[in-house]
Design a protein around this ligand. Sequence first.
Ligand code: HEC
Length: 126
Amino acid sequence: MNAAKLSRYVVLVVGLVISAAGYASNNATHISDQVNKAIFQGWQVFSEACGSCHGDFGQGKIAPDLTQQIKTLSEEDFTRIVTNGKGLMPPWKANQEVMHNMRNMYRYLKARSNGVLQEGIPMKPR
Ligand code: HEC
């Protein structure tokens, strides 16, 4: 390979590396952008009220893994169970914050179950 060919080759490889890095960071931004305010708020309330039993990210602890359960649970059933309690789970109807964030918590758990959000503190939306 002569010098001119070699330098063109180097430029090509460097260009590929830079665009791959750009693609990776665009991807990360894309995922965090999907954490809108409603979902973030849902996580905050969920981790405070439900985390001690279900894990801060719904992954399960002494109570079931809700990222799995939510797949077959309609928003209506979720709301009914959370409002009135179930088995060893206490009812939440007297808790204004939980009641006002029912849909947000449901959306957070849906985002966890379909892989939009991983386990971990979600990035705060701008
Ligand atoms: C004191 C522990 C505790 C807390 C706090 C708690 N849960 Fe539970 N939860 C449970 C237990 C235990 C079950 C399983 C009940 C059963 O199946 O008998 C359960 C079940 C559920 C289910 C039903 C899952 C299914 O498919 O049957 C949902 C939905 C749920 N919890 C949501 C929540 C939400 C949302 C919060 C917070 C607002 C919360 N839980 C707080 C203990 C708790």
